[in-house]
Design a protein around this ligand. Structure first.
Ligand SMILES: Nc1nc2c(c(=O)[nH]1)N[C@H]1C(S)=C(S)[C@@H](COP(=O)(O)OP(=O)(O)OC[C@H]3O[C@@H](n4cnc5c(=O)[nH]c(N)nc54)[C@H](O)[C@@H]3O)O[C@H]1N2
Ligand SMILES: Nc1nc2c(c(=O)[nH]1)N[C@H]1C(S)=C(S)[C@@H](COP(=O)(O)OP(=O)(O)OC[C@H]3O[C@@H](n4cnc5c(=O)[nH]c(N)nc54)[C@H](O)[C@@H]3O)O[C@H]1N2
Ligand code: SF4
Ligand SMILES: [Mo]
Length: 751
């Protein structure tokens, strides 16, 4: 009954090596290897690989740090251009039939395209027409203009985007991080005065325990796995907290360790695996705090000297009964006590997390409960310890540092207003969810999307579609087509504007990894250029629109097409980025100062870490009657978490099957075998899945290593199902804890 029998016995391993071989031997093989060796940061995740030291080198100068995900991303960018006849031939109605994977496989965008209201086809236009439309569209009042961005663009493009938007009087700088790590930024800033990871790669190498929470690193940050393997080799411990047993977190075969991978089938990763109830992490961390207190493992002197508010946090943990904690997180007291013992008796612990923590209705509390636990056990402000959000897109952190945020720091505000010669508009800007709501209410005229897929990345696709349809003009700046280009259509004009990617830009750019390391990306050449394509760089596009809208005073926009000049402005206006002003001469990549805490002084006003009670989460679930399904059908209410398969990058699907989870296609639901039996279902049966936003039919049940009561489906397909609760503190949607009803109208004999 359990399909995990056919799944690999470790993460990574042979399928990864096969993929490398297959891609290397493909017609693009040579170009692929040239690109892998190009001096630029990997396109894919924010772990950070590549740059001036070479394509395969990480921040610690180690080689062989490029993973298959990076190959996947490059291979997609090396596709041939889409012909202009294609757009004449295929109507919008036909394009709307394409899956995410089919959209991406169309190839590279190579000409600007326009879809006007009432027309059946996108048509090619020239750049002059683009700039004229932009000039009109950006003449609306600032509060009716908005941008959305995704984290693949460069620091330079991001800086220019926010400068341009703020010059028009708009603070509506929504970004994919609003759907991602916003809770980390908000939570960490409150506690430590700095919203990013305080652990550098170097520091991670000194830890003897890593607590990895709500992360599927084997798929999404594969080179982090090398660090966990090395940690285990030096006798360290790895505690995993995840409702799903991700096989790569149990055992991982990394190509960087060929002997272990090939002869021993991989390296053991987890020393303790805690499969908790989805959304209950704060309860577990309060349990860990309580157990640490009871086992006398708390560092009282440390708390007194370097933190504030610790008494309340300790009292709260003491007051919660074990029964309440156990009921809430679904783990036994012994499991929690054991984890607390490992954390409390380890010398240097790093707490790392990803979307399982942030994409929750209490995302900020989750982050703060982790930070509280780190502090109670003395694990922050020393080499080898600390809190480490594992960031998503390869430059999502840099985009935020550049001021693309609705929470702009005071210092940057002041510096920008000096640059612009007037004070900035103080209206609170829309983050991504607020932007969708505002658009839905008819409050937005123009949306400029610097990459990404605002349509498919949002929960409640029906609302997203309706909201975007209220906007007069949408500019989609992209390298390849995606679902959003065909479903997220504006009321009047939808434009798709093709740009160079990071390794093709005609100028140097910079990016920032999740570990706060700034890389310099060399200029490159696009394979599309000889083929009569018409691409621009993101920097050229934004500066040209800005120059036409604002003229050349006080900012000389066209001069900013020289990215070295942009870096000069960044150095002057973005605190911590001063060294970027010399990067062209020195070629010296650097770690942003003031973010990695290896001394016991944090970036808060008092220098102390700010602890605060994190209340237990409300984990109530609706009953099946509230789903409005027919009476007398087999059904079960479950908690759905939606996330990535092993073969996709966010809304872009590269391959349909997920071998590691035994899910053969995109329309599967992963369930625990006990739940399947309890509801009278059987494996591979097709069922209906209903949430508060919509329904999907013919979903195949796959039995897998997921906790009872929980289910897993792939995004973006699952985004049709639910509206998602929003974390009031950070605006992040709770994609990881959505009540759904799985049901079937067939009788037991028909199933
Ligand atoms: N190859 C590849 N790499 C990527 C991406 C990609 O799509 N493909 N995306 C990039 C981006 S933008 C991001 S944000 C990251 C995402 O990286 P991840 O956060 O690793 O990605 P998710 O698939 O969202 O998986 C989150 C994990 O959280 C677990 N989880 C779900 N609910 C809970 C819960 O309540 N508590 C806990 N503790 N765990 C839970 C899930 O079982 C899953 O293992 O990866 C980046 N890197
Ligand atoms: N249900 C559910 N929904 C989720 C999530 C989840 O876990 N579950 N995760 C959320 C998260 S963490 C994130 S980050 C968002 C992702 O949301 P987005 O960042 O909005 O989406 P992506 O799919 O990464 O965007 C891919 C597109 O970016 C474009 N692109 C690629 N490279 C470049 C470039 O260099 N320049 C430009 N201009 N464009 C480029 C390509 O055209 C490609 O189609 O989705 C969120 N949505
Ligand atoms: S771990 Fe991330 S940054 Fe490093 S090569 Fe893989 S995808 Fe690229
Ligand atoms: Mo993300």
């Amino acid at each position: 009954m359990n399909s995990s029998q056919q799944t690999p016995q470790s993460g990574g391993g042979l399928p990864v090596i096969q993929y490398w071989a297959q891609q290397s031997l493909s017609p693009q093989g040579i170009k692929l290897w040239q690109t892998l060796n190009h001096k630029s940061a990997c396109l894919s995740c924010a772990w950070g690989t590549g740059g001036q030291k070479g394509g395969f080198v990480n921040e610690a100068g180690e080689y062989l740090q490029r993973c298959a995900k990076s190959v996947e991303a490059i291979a997609a960018e090396l596709q041939p251009p889409i012909s202009k006849e294609f757009w004449q031939q295929y109507s919008l109605a036909q394009l709307q039939q394409l899956t995410s994977q089919e959209c991406d496989r169309l190839g590279r965008l190579s000409y600007p395209l326009l879809l006007e209201a009432g027309k059946s086809h996108y048509r090619r236009i020239c750049w002059e027409e683009v700039y004229n439309l932009a000039d009109q569209a950006f003449r609306q009042p600032g509060e009716r203009l908005a941008s959305y961005s995704s984290g693949r663009s460069s620091n330079e493009a991001a800086y220019l985007l926010q400068l341009f938007m703020r010059a028009t009087g708009s603070n509506n700088l929504a970004d994919c991080s609003d759907l991602c790590h916003a809770a980390s930024g908000v939570g960490l800033k409150q506690v430590f005065g700095s919203g990013t990871s305080m652990v550098s790669l170097e520091s991670l190498k000194h830890s003897d325990c890593v607590v990895l929470i709500g992360s599927n690193a084997p798929a999404n940050h594969p080179r982090l796995m090398n660090e966990l393997i090395k940690l285990r080799d030096r006798g360290g411990k790895v505690i995993i907290i995840n409702p799903q047993l991700e096989i790569g977190l149990v055992k991982f075969a990394s190509p960087a360790f060929p002997i272990k991978s090939l002869l021993k089938g991989g390296s053991n990763i987890s020393t303790l695996y805690l499969q908790l109830i989805p959304g209950s992490d704060t309860a577990l961390f309060i349990g860990l705090q309580k157990a640490a207190i009871e086992q006398n493992l708390i560092k009282l002197n440390y708390l007194q000297a370097y933190t504030e508010g610790w008494e309340d946090v300790l009292n709260y943990a003491r007051e919660q009964s074990w029964q309440t904690i156990i009921n809430s997180c679904g783990l036994s007291q012994e499991e929690i006590e054991e984890a607390a013992y490992v954390i409390g008796t380890s010398e240097k612990v790093v707490f790392a997390w990803a979307m399982g923590i942030t994409q929750q209705a209490n995302g900020v509390d989750n982050v703060r409960s982790i930070a509280n636990t780190a502090l109670i056990t003395g694990n922050a402000g020393k080499l080898g310890t600390g809190t480490m959000p594992i960031r998503g897109h390869s430059n999502v952190q840099g985009v935020g540092s550049m001021g693309v945020t609705v929470r702009l720091r005071q210092e940057i505000k002041q510096a920008l207003s000096q640059l612009l010669g007037h004070s900035l508009n103080e209206t609170q800007g829309y983050d991504t969810r607020a932007l969708i709501d505002a658009a839905h209410a008819g409050k937005i005229d123009t949306l400029f999307c610097l990459g990404g897929n605002i349509y498919a990345a949002n929960p409640d696709l029906k609302q997203a579609r309706e909201a975007l349809a209220q906007i007069q003009t949408i500019f989609y700046v992209a390298t390849k087509p995606n679902l959003g280009h065909f479903h997220g259509l504006a009321k009047q004009n939808t434009l798709i504007l093709p740009v160079f990617n990071r390794f093709e830009n005609p100028h140097k750019t910079t990016t920032e990894s999740g570990n706060n390391f700034v890389r310099l990306n060399d200029e490159g050449k696009s394979h599309l250029i000889p083929q009569n394509s018409s691409l621009v760089s993101e920097v050229e596009l934004i500066t040209e629109i800005a120059a036409r809208r604002h003229g050349e005073h006080p900012i000389e926009w066209r001069k900013l097409q020289d990215t070295q000049y942009v870096r000069q402005l960044i150095a002057k206006t973005i605190p911590g980025y001063e060294k970027i002003g010399e990067i062209d001469e020195e070629q010296e990549e650097f770690t942003i100062p003031g973010r990695i805490f290896t001394e016991l002084k944090f970036a808060t006003a008092s220098g102390k870490a700010n602890m605060k009670i994190t209340p237990l989460p409300d984990l109530s679930l609706p009953d099946w009657q509230s789903f409005d399904i027919p009476e007398n059908c087999r059904n079960l209410v479950l908690i759905l978490g939606s996330g990535r398969s092993y073969a996709q990058h966010n809304t872009v699907v590269y391959r349909t099957a997920d071998k590691y989870r035994g899910m053969p296609h995109r329309y599967c639901i992963l369930m625990n075998v006990a739940d399947v039996k309890k509801a009278g279902f059987r494996e591979h049966e097709k069922v209906n899945v209903k949430g508060d936003g919509g329904e999907l039919k013919d979903i195949e049940i796959i039995c897998g290593a997921i906790r009872e009561g929980a289910a897993f489906m792939f995004y973006p397909e699952a985004n049709i199902l639910f509206k998602a609760k929003i974390d009031p503190q950070s605006g992040t949607p709770g994609y990881k804890r959505v009540p759904i009803c799985v049901y079937s109208l067939k009788s037991m004999t028909e199933r």
